[in-house]
Write a protein of this length. Structure first.
Lengths: 587, 644
């Protein structure tokens, strides 16, 4: 998994390698500087020891040490600053590449793939999860080398001063390591639970934001507040459980450090006065105490790093899941790029949305549509109308049988070629922020202003567009919020018409358009696109009654095919629908 | 072309909201009060323990220098009992320090987590009381980020920054007082560099905070892009627009990368700069000290003690050297808290900005509660509903609830400049069905929003059983109105829970009965766990039609005398609608009903139909009368006029 993620480092590989090196330089300088301090302090102490007052300060020692210290500090500063910049560049760049790869792969998803992820979950993966991994990566390149070097170099320096002290440090580090590791093992599951509780908290919140009108209508504010209190209470409980362990960690580190200091002082002073074998100077004692802090903080840093990395594992998994998702539509070997005509054939087609669910959405579908024919489809909610037409531009593959367009199995086409030939106006249709012209050009990027207008006229959209401020340059707002439902549907139709498709499918896409306009649009289609096969799904009988043939779907099966008159005579369902609408709406 | 041209606009909303705090000190004060006033005793303990820990830290370090001085002074003949005494003393202090540090950390953790919980609860409780207008004018993303991002910055501030700040300041004061006692001259050197550190912190920390805010904005923009494009992902597929979508994403992604790099670079820079300035400080102190020793020889410049004691001239140098060593040690110690504070600088800026937004939200003026008149129902929750009107002298007048609603010359606009409804007068007698038809923006939904006081009218009156609805307690007014809205929303929980949302004391049987009436029973029993199936994500696993059926069932379990059906059956096909017609009739039986529908079959049998246009009722009457009028309704009816 980590390997897969690291592939996305790409152009930042060089920086990612330089950063630890620079950090190592900085760490070494940080060890050398206290060592140099020992010389200054040592020299001063030598003077202080001399009670006769004859010992002068050796300026050379002081100045050389001072200059060396400043030089080291400058080196450390440069290494640190460049390291900071590169670390930021590398970690942000890595995150950038992760997001890019995720999004690019998202674009290869089929409808079945898209159905697997909610928008909210994709957003979380692309933002929060990537940020978590970015932080872990940043920690890793900055700390994972630096901290051990700090540790090792301090130990080496201690060895130079007094080997026994190094042994003490080693033991202390080991003890500390065990304590920290123990805490980490205990804390990670709590954090996991806590993150899950966070998700529930967000769910309650999200729900209340979108459904505030329902909450207020039913006067359920009190109940919702109770729900929220439970959610925040859960987050509190698990945060406290997790943080309690982390809180123990810090003082235990201090305790270990204090014990080490006391041992060093006791042993050191005894060594100095000669009670124990070993040579040590008082100035070195001070340095050792400084090193003890550095060594133990090194251990701590490594622990924190590992903690961060452990916590980001869940995020990493979710990212890799998106990166690894492969489209459910296998790429054709043939890659046919020319669709002959708009004829459509369904041969013994069965379809279900997932292999697991054995409930077939469509069963035994056999339809043969000639190029240029107009086909209406009628059926109740959930009867499989949308599923049926979604097989034509190969949004899904059938589980059994074959769908042919232009006499060729849709699986043999190049996908773009097929979808550019088969235009579909979706039921849940979406416009994007931008002007009307920009949105219409989705159908044909190279379309001239005249062509755009022409399509809009055919879709009966030109009329209202002319009344908008800015006309075709009118800004639609996010999700096309600035136009009404009926207007939106007509824009979506115009957008599809601009493709000049051989097959056009309306999936209940005139439901909000009034019957008269609906009729005009259908008329225009007949007039301007006689060669195009037109498939119209509708709730309203009036939308389909003049079609060449009407298909009545019921629970995934074809219940009847025929003209309006034929069906009125021999199809119960059609008759029933007709009756219910006539009685209600039409005269 | 197309959507990518617009990518720069996505952060638009965030630019307003993601900014630094306007009144940082005031916010800090309020935050401290908010967090600590609730936990007065705990706070006292925290302060005591923080003080103990800092003092212990400094004292322990001073013991080290005492020991070393003793060793140096007497060399091989050092008095080991002095050394041991000091070590034992140190051990005790260390123990006190460790225990205190543990104590304040754990207390602070509880205070902080408690405060975060309270903050979220308070925000949510406030949010529930806010008028609808608030939700219409704030994006969900912004509100969500209050609970997540902003509260999270608070966590760091409370658990780490504030205790560290207190202990750092205490340590600083302690060390400073030691330093003053030694040498003012050397302290000046320390302060010169300290000034440099402060300036560096301000510049770097300020930049870092600034770019973090830019980063947040860029993240918001990316978020917006992904949200819009993913919602339309199927359209992208159908139009083979994948490449364009990628290009658009690249643009927002690149911007985020740039802002993020800068923000992080400055944040990482703080450590090395201040750390090395600290070394410079050390070197300067050493050099100045030595120079004074060598060239001036004035003991007072190195140590006040020296001049006071004015020891033997012969010992002068030795004394000065010893003092300088101690001073250098303090210089090191002085640096640690300075580092810690500077590292927290940008965290503080971010946290205060977050705290300000949180308090702003908590301070938002809630919706008023409405009048004094309440809704009651007999002695033990049985029998007919009545309005309970206080007479002001402790007695009550009881008015039976009948469901008579009247609009008298009502004017309303969401903003005062633009009136949506103009001089609307209408009445609905008990058990009547009143329908509203008209095109989008005509004001149909607005009318229903006024009955339940989601919004308040500018002029005119609305009465309910002869009572002005302003005099009725809002929650009771809403309790008396059953509503099925255009956008159906369901809650996380079982199907049963969702139906019971309508009336919390409804039995399972009553809920199932309601589902059967709404014709929802058949699809519910086909769900994997029937009525116990969990609904998640606003019922994403149900079709729009099924959601509407559930919403109708939810409304059926209520026993409200007045119903508002706003496009309640728009996503249900006509055949299913036919099937639930009986249920709907049952639902509406004996109740006053307001119906909005674009399907005319739904409104046909109403007692009165109001045709709305531009906020005015242009036609009214029953179906036959309106058809005979051959006006707008006739046009609508014959399909010559666009509805929705």
């Amino acid at each position: 998994m980590i390997k897969k993620l690291l592939k996305c480092v790409r152009e930042y590989k060089k920086d990612s390698i330089i950063v630890p090196v620079l950090m190592a330089v900085e760490a070494i300088m940080e060890i050398v500087i206290p060592f140099l301090m020992t010389f200054i302090v040592g020299e001063l102490q030598a003077v202080a020891e001399d009670t006769t007052g004859t010992r002068e300060v050796d300026l050379n020692v002081i100045i050389v040490s001072a200059v060396l210290m400043i030089a080291c500090a400058v080196i450390a500063l440069i290494a640190g600053s460049v390291g900071a910049k590169l670390a930021a560049k590398a970690s942000c760049g890595f995150a950038h590449n992760l997001r890019e790869d995720m999004y690019n792969n998202l674009q290869t998803f089929s409808f079945a793939n898209i159905d697997n992820y909610s928008t909210a979950s994709l957003i979380t993966r692309i933002t929060t999860d990537v940020t978590n991994v970015q932080n872990a990566y940043q920690m890793a390149i900055r700390m994972l080398v630096r901290a051990p070097i700090l540790f090792i170099a301090s130990i080496i320096m201690t060895l130079i001063i007094e080997p026994i002290m190094a042994l003490i440090f080693g033991c202390a580090a080991l003890v500390l390591g065990i304590v920290v590791a123990f805490c980490m093992v205990k804390v990670v599951p709590y954090f996991r639970t806590m993150f899950r509780k966070y998700d529930s908290l967000n769910a309650v919140l999200q729900e209340n934001l979108t459904s505030i009108r329902v909450v207020k209508s039913y006067v359920r504010e009190g109940e919702e507040i109770t729900k929220m209190k439970k959610a925040t209470g859960d987050v509190y409980t698990y945060s406290v459980k997790a943080e309690r362990i982390l809180t123990i960690m810090m003082p235990s580190v201090m305790l270990v450090m204090f014990i080490v200091n006391i041992i060093i002082l006791t042993m050191g002073s005894n060594m100095y006065v000669g009670n124990i074998a070993g040579g040590i100077q008082p100035s070195e004692l001070q340095t050792l105490i400084q090193y003890s802090a550095q060594i133990l903080s090194g251990v701590m840093m490594v622990a924190m790093c590992l903690n961060f990395i452990a916590l980001s594992r869940g995020s990493a998994e979710r990212i890799v899941q998106v990166l690894d998702e492969r489209t459910t539509l296998p790429k054709a070997k043939e890659q046919i790029s020319e669709v002959k005509d708009g004829s459509i054939d369904f041969d013994d087609v069965d379809f279900c949305y997932s292999q697991k669910a054995d409930v077939a959405v469509l069963k035994d579908i056999n339809i043969h549509i000639k190029s240029g024919e107009t086909i209406g489809i009628i059926g109740a909610t959930g009867s499989g109308k949308s599923s049926l037409v979604s097989l034509i531009p190969r949004l899904y593959d059938p589980s059994k049988g074959m769908v042919k367009v232009g006499g060729v199995d849709v699986r043999k086409y190049n996908l773009d070629a097929l979808r550019n030939t088969v235009a579909m106006v979706l039921q849940k249709n979406v416009l994007f922020s931008g002007t009307i012209a920009e949105n219409l050009r989705w159908g044909d990027e190279t379309a001239t202003d005249e062509q755009i207008r022409e399509a809009a006229v055919q879709a009966c959209a030109d009329e209202f567009i002319q009344n908008l401020p800015g006309k075709y340059d009118y800004d639609l707002g996010q999700g096309g919020v600035n136009v009404s439902g009926g207007q939106k549907q007509r824009l979506c139709i115009a957008r599809a018409l601009l493709k000049h498709p051989k097959v056009i499918i309306f999936d209940d896409s005139t439901s909000a358009v009034d019957t008269k306009t609906d009729a005009i649009i259908r008329d225009n289609l007949r007039k301007y696109a006689p060669e195009t096969t037109k498939i119209i799904i509708a709730q309203r009988i009036t939308s389909v009654q003049d079609a060449d043939r009407i298909i009545v779907l019921d629970e995934g099966k074809i219940n009847g095919i025929g003209t309006h008159e034929e069906l009125l005579n021999n199809n119960e369902i059609y008759k029933e629908v007709y009756q219910s609408q006539i009685k209600g709406g039409e005269e | 072309m197309s959507a990518i041209n617009k990518t720069k606009d996505y952060g638009g909303d965030l630019i307003k909201t993601k900014r630094g705090a306007k009144t940082p000190m005031k916010t800090l004060g309020r935050l401290l009060r908010y967090a600590f006033l609730r936990n007065k005793i705990a706070t006292v303990f925290v302060i005591v323990f923080v003080c103990l820990a800092s003092v212990a830290n400094v004292t322990a370090a001073s013991r080290v220098s005492v020991i070393i001085t003793e060793l140096i002074a007497n060399q091989q003949n050092a008095n080991m009992s002095v050394v041991y005494n000091n070590i034992i003393f140190m051990g005790v202090i260390y123990a006190v320090g460790a225990i205190s540090s543990f104590a304040y950390n754990i207390i602070m953790m509880y205070i902080a987590q408690g405060t975060l919980k309270k903050m979220r609860d308070d925000m949510f409780a406030t949010m529930q009381t806010l008028p609808l207008q608030y939700f219409d004018t704030h994006t969900h993303g912004d509100l969500m980020s209050l609970y997540t991002n902003d509260v999270d910055t608070m966590r760091q501030l409370l658990t780490q920054t504030i205790p560290q700040l207190i202990s750092s300041i205490l340590t600083l004061i302690a060390v400073l007082s030691f330093m003053i006692m030694y040498s003012v001259t050397l302290l000046l050197v320390v302060c010169v560099v300290l000034a440099g550190i402060v300036i560096a912190t301000k510049i770097i920390g300020g930049r870092s905070a600034k770019y973090y805010l830019t980063n947040q904005k860029a993240l918001g923009a990316l978020n917006g892009y992904v949200e819009e494009m993913t919602e339309g992902q199927k359209v992208i597929k159908v139009f083979c627009h994948e490449q364009k979508a990628r290009e658009g994403f690249k643009e927002v992604n690149d911007q985020l990368n740039e802002a993020g790099s800068k923000a992080n670079a400055y944040a990482f820079l703080m450590g090395p700069v201040n750390n090395n300035l600290g070394y410079l400080q050390y070197v300067l102190v050493a050099l100045v000290g030595v120079l004074i020793m060598v060239f001036s020889g004035e003991t007072g410049l190195i140590s006040i003690y020296c001049s006071i004691q004015n020891a033997e001239q012969a010992n002068r140098l030795a004394l000065m050297a010893g003092m300088l060593v101690s001073f250098l040690m303090y210089t090191r110690q002085f640096n640690m808290p300075v580092q810690q504070v500077s590292q927290q600088f940008s965290a503080i800026i971010m946290a205060l900005a977050g705290a300000e937004r949180i308090f702003e939200m908590i301070d938002t003026v809630p919706e008023d509660k409405g009048g004094e008149i309440t809704l009651t129902r007999g002695e033990n929750g049985e029998g007919p509903w009545t309005w309970k009107k206080p007479n002001g002298d402790g007695t009550f007048e009881y008015i039976p609830v009948r469901g008579d609603i009247r609009f008298n010359d009502v004017c309303f606009g969401y903003t005062p400049e633009k009136m949506i409804l103009k001089h609307i007068s209408l009445y609905a007698k008990p058990a009547q069905k009143i329908a509203f038809v008209g095109s989008t923006g005509a004001g149909k939904t607005t009318i229903t929003n006024l009955i339940n006081r989601f919004y308040d009218i500018q002029s005119g009156t609305i009465t309910y059983d002869g009572i002005n609805i302003r005099d009725i307690k809002k929650s009771d007014l809403r309790r008396s109105l059953g509503v099925v809205l255009q956008d159906t929303h369901l809650f996380t929980g079982t199907v049963m829970d969702n139906i019971r949302y309508g009336r919390l004391d409804a039995t399972d049987e009553e809920c199932v009965q309601a589902a059967k009436l709404a014709n929802a029973d058949s699809f519910i029993t086909h769900l994997p766990e029937g009525y116990q199936t969990m609904i998640r994500g606003d019922g994403a696993n149900l079709s729009q039609g099924q959601r509407q059926l559930l919403a109708i069932a939810r409304c059926m379990v209520t026993e409200c005398p007045v119903l508002i059906l706003d496009e309640a059956t728009s996503s249900i096909d006509t055949r299913t609608e036919k099937l639930i017609e009986q249920g709907m009739d049952k639902l509406m039986e004996g109740r006053t009903v307001f119906v909005i529908a674009h399907r005319l079959s739904t409104v046909r049998n109403s007692h009165a139909i109001m045709v709305l246009e531009h906020g005015e009722i242009i036609e009214r009457g029953n179906h036959e009368q309106l058809i005979a009028q051959k006006g707008k309704y006739y046009q609508l009816y014959t399909g010559a006029f666009e509805l929705e």
